[in-house]
Design a protein around this ligand. Structure first.
Ligand code: ADE
Length: 230
């Protein structure tokens, strides 16, 4: 059994963690490489799943079925929704939702995930506590809040405001909600860590490439701290 499974969508979000693995071995499933090894004294598996909810869910499911991790961590970057968040700040999700899930025409509340009766999936409270403490020790500005996921890069004030209004989310990205749902379906604890790369508004297309790498590294550093303490 593996201690911790780590999933990031893109190379900058996971490549440093993969490079640090001791006793590194790789297995390929459905086009995704699962990097197994030792990090901070823990037996981990790290995968770069690709962008969006389907890649996130399929690779999370494969990771759980093949490796049975005790915890899944999703690390990466996000657009800021909460006031005061700037690039490099981190958001630790205590709950996640899917802002593009909408069966309201048949009478459901916005964001309801059919079959679960839920709009929000909780993360592992112990991991949230450890991450909050470690962020402070690393001198990172961190806030705990809701992360909203969807198959859209949010880059307009209208869409940004809609997600804040409908889901009270602090940050938006494209995988965490799918990973949280998959973990819920498998009774596997999870947590999602995101560092801010942009403000999900009209400036996002310019800010995102500027801050992607530095933000991704911050989230990975916090992930590493969690692995050490977990
Ligand atoms: N990841 C980083 N920034 C994002 C944004 N603005 N929308 C969706 N995912 C993101």
């Amino acid at each position: 059994m593996i201690d911790i499974g780590i999933i990031g969508a893109m190379a900058p979000e996971v490549e440093e963690l993969i490079s640090l693995l001791g006793d590194h071995r790789t297995a390929r499933v459905s086009g995704v490489d699962y990097h197994e090894g030792f990090l901070e004294g823990k037996h981990v598996v790290v995968a770069q799943c690709g962008i969006g909810k389907v890649y996130a869910a399929t690779s999370c499911e494969a990771m759980i079925l093949r490796y049975s991790p005790r915890l899944i961590v999703n690390t990466g970057v996000a657009g800021a929704l909460a006031k005061g968040l700037v690039p490099g700040d981190t958001v630790i999700a205590d709950r996640l939702c899917q802002h593009d899930m909408d069966t309201t025409p048949v009478g459901d509340p916005k964001g309801l995930i059919s079959g679960t009766g839920k709009i929000y999936f909780d993360t592992d409270p112990r991991s949230v506590k450890i991450l909050t403490e470690e962020a402070a020790m690393l001198g990172m500005r961190a806030q705990v809040g809701i992360i909203a996921s969807g198959d859209q890069f949010i880059a307009s004030r209208e869409e940004r405001d809609r997600i804040i209004r409908e889901f009270s989310a602090s940050a938006c990205e494209m995988e965490g909600g799918a990973i949280a749902q998959t973990c819920y379906l498998n009774s596997t604890p999870c947590v999602v860590i995101r560092a801010i790369s942009d403000s999900a508004d009209g400036e996002a297309s310019v800010d995102y490439p500027t801050f992607l790498v530095s933000a991704a590294k911050k989230s990975a550093a916090l992930t590493r701290a969690l692995v050490r303490r977990y």
